[in-house]
Write a protein that binds this ligand. Structure first.
Ligand SMILES: *Cc1c(COP(=O)(O)O)cnc(C)c1O
Length: 417
């Protein structure tokens, strides 16, 4: 989609991004982003925007947030050298271990940050939406931590598919509401949460789970996840003796990826986002929004989306529930248009193979979402031998056991004779 921007415009935008000037005061990342919401929702978004301006970058908020990241989430997460994978790939491979964060993925950075913000804004309760349940679990945990009641909206179909996470949310004190309308999955759950928010915008805080949606969410979520990239830079300098030649992260809505990429935009390294290629290139077979989508408005933002020629939003497919989304954060659409970040896709089968390779060589059971980043990193390593690579290991794979069990593990005997 480089053709969306002239070279001069692309250059200007990237400079603004690096200078920390995006989104602009209309919530736009160049042509992308903004706030396309019904009139009834405008006051709620404006309240949130005002609250962020007032609190997010104060010493008081930041010291509380950083303290929770350190003592409750477990940050900084480790940077791990992967010696056996490095040897196999002919590269120097480093992993940023978000799988070691509390509740098993990066999502908790955003959840605890927004839960603290909800308190500061005087909200009486928090609502959240979830698809696969990971954001619901992180939200439930964060709300318990700050002492706010949490209601999680979840499509009836997803409730059935993700029973263990529903149980986790309830144990962590959340009310889980089954959404029977629309497609009965994530998109319907978001619509339902927005409806609820309108009913009491000052009493309710809406805790959104990725760097998507109308302004100010893409900005807020990026700010709360940028610790991933800042820590990575410091750890690479200290442990690897320099910054990576290439950086990889998987992209669903794009929150773990923007957290890792944003602090590295000015660095001399290639940056590659990896989407779900699913089972093939046809509409409905994948969730490769940036690679194969077209611009349009989805859930309040102008961004890249998967839609048919009538502008009808398409169902997506991926083996990993966390990448299964028809849109993507507007900042990624901008970074693709400027040419600074390249977005590629990896299919279901390849992701499963990558997951197995990482298990066998490094003793890390990564999430199916994360496995997509390893597929692209391995392909890049083969074409660029001997380079230093950093991969955002966004989460752990224990949650994926019900899926993985359908692909039987190798049965081994390690007896000497
Ligand atoms: C939810 C999730 C993702 C995808 O979400 P992003 O907002 O794109 O980061 C990726 N990895 C893991 C482990 C997840 O749980």
């Amino acid at each position: 989609m480089t053709s969306l921007l002239s070279p001069a415009e692309a250059d200007r935008l990237l400079k603004a991004a690096i200078a920390g000037e995006l989104p602009d005061d209309r919530g736009r990342f160049g042509p992308f982003g903004g706030r396309y919401v019904p009139e009834t929702l405008v006051p709620a978004f404006e309240r949130l925007e005002e609250g962020i301006r007032e609190h997010l970058h104060t010493d008081e908020f930041q010291s509380e947030f950083v303290n929770e990241l350190k003592t409750w989430v477990g940050r900084p997460t480790a940077l791990t050298f992967a010696p056996r994978l490095s040897e196999r790939w002919g590269a120097e491979v480093w992993l940023k271990r978000e799988d070691l964060a509390h509740t098993g993925a990066h999502k908790i950075n955003n959840a605890i940050g927004q839960a603290i913000l909800a308190k500061k804004l005087g909200a009486k309760r928090v609502i959240a939406e979830t698809g696969a349940g990971q954001h619901g679990v992180a939200s439930a945990a964060a709300c318990a931590r700050v002492g706010l009641p949490c209601t999680v909206y979840m499509g009836a179909v997803d409730i059935e598919r993700q029973a263990p996470n529903v149980d986790r949310m309830r144990r962590l004190g959340a009310a889980v509401v089954a959404v029977e309308s629309g497609d009965k999955t994530l998109r319907a759950a978001i619509d339902e949460a927005l409806r609820e928010w309108v009913s009491d915008p000052s009493g309710i805080y809406y805790l959104l789970g990725s760097a998507v949606g109308a302004h100010p969410y893409p900005y807020l979520v990026r700010e709360l996840h940028s610790c991933i990239g800042r820590e990575s830079r410091e750890q690479m300098m200290a442990q690897a003796g320099g910054l990576p030649d290439a950086v990889f992260a998987c992209v669903g809505g794009g929150s773990n990826a923007i957290g890792l990429f944003y602090p590295m935009l000015a660095d001399d390294c290639e940056i590659i986002g990896v989407e779900a290629g699913g089972t093939g290139k046809g509409l409905g077979q994948n969730a490769a929004t940036l690679a194969t989508g077209t611009p349009g408005v989805l859930q309040g933002a102008y961004t890249m989306i998967l839609q048919n020629s009538d502008g009808q939003v398409q169902e997506t497919h991926s083996i990993s529930a966390g990448l299964d989304y028809s849109g993507v954060g507007p900042e990624h659409a901008m970074l693709q248009a400027t040419g600074r970040v390249r977005y590629v896709s990896a299919g279901d089968e390849a992701a499963l193979e990558a997951l197995e390779e990482l298990c066998e060589l490094e003793g890390i059971l990564t999430a199916l979402e994360t496995s997509h980043a390893f597929v692209a990193a391995r392909a890049w390593a083969k074409e660029n031998p001997g380079k230093r690579i950093l991969i955002g290991n966004s989460g752990r794979g224990d949650k994926d056991m019900p899926t993985l069990t359908k692909y039987p593990a190798k049965v081994r005997t390690h007896a000497s004779t």
